[in-house]
Design a protein around this ligand. Structure first.
Ligand code: CA
Length: 227
């Protein structure tokens, strides 16, 4: 099945350029020029990847992202002219998987999408047993997480991050190891994305940052799942 990429960006010349590059890779490309249209189209075509500009008419990229996350776990790359660290954290916390500061080369965007597709996703191999840690149950085959029986909705990246940690409770994973395992070897971004996504997972699990029941921070090293 073809990979569907939705580009939501009001700068039409950039959309044309991205379309040309993405189609050359064999992706099915859909485009929208404002936030509302982008959200509607995402509901219709169920894209695998969304390239989402932050500054958009109608609904801005962050609002699109928040609403998109109610029904889609598509891989979202946020395009942003904002380079402040706090802005990047805001974007990733709202549910983006990756961000690309403008200006960027279309080749770089294509490389990121390809790296995403190479990601060693759990749940695509043979039937795997659910992982259990305390009240937490992670089912790689169905890509489902339950906490005390209640289903927790995670994005694809958040799921893979949690599954990676839970695969070896007690073992510390460095940020670099998690990036390689979850984002894939071709990932170009910085370690910071790991922290933001861990924070998102913790929030969804209702973790108390000072006394985490599941994901522990190992200062100066990385993270580990408690036994
Ligand atoms: Ca724009």
């Amino acid at each position: 099945m073809g990979v569907r990429v939705l580009v939501v960006e009001d700068e039409r010349s950039l959309v044309r350029l991205l379309r040309a590059y993405l189609e050359r890779e064999g992706f099915e490309v859909y485009e929208a020029f404002d936030g509302r249209a982008g959200l509607d189209l995402a509901g219709e075509v169920r894209p695998d990847v969304v390239v989402l500009d932050w500054m958009l008419p109608e609904l801005d990229g962050l609002e699109v992202l928040r609403r998109l996350r109610r029904f889609s776990d598509a891989y979202v790359i946020l395009l942003t002219a904002r380079v402040e660290e706090t802005d990047r954290i805001v974007g990733l916390s709202a549910g983006a998987d990756d961000y690309l500061p403008k200006p960027f080369s279309p080749g770089e965007l294509v490389a990121r999408v390809r790296a995403m597709l190479r990601r060693p996703r759990s749940g695509t191999g043979p039937e795997e047993e659910p992982l259990r840690v305390g009240e937490l149950s992670i089912d790689p085959s169905r890509r489902e997480v339950r906490l005390g029986g209640r289903e927790i909705a995670l994005t694809a990246i958040e799921f893979d991050l949690l599954a990676a940690l839970a695969s070896r409770p007690g073992l510390v994973f460095s940020r670099a190891q998690l990036l390689e395992r979850v984002w894939g070897e071709g990932y170009f971004g910085d370690d910071h994305v790991v922290d933001v996504h861990i924070a998102n997972v913790r929030k969804k699990l209702g973790e108390d940052a000072a006394h985490p029941r599941y994901i522990e921070t190992v200062r100066g090293v990385g993270y580990r799942m408690r036994r």
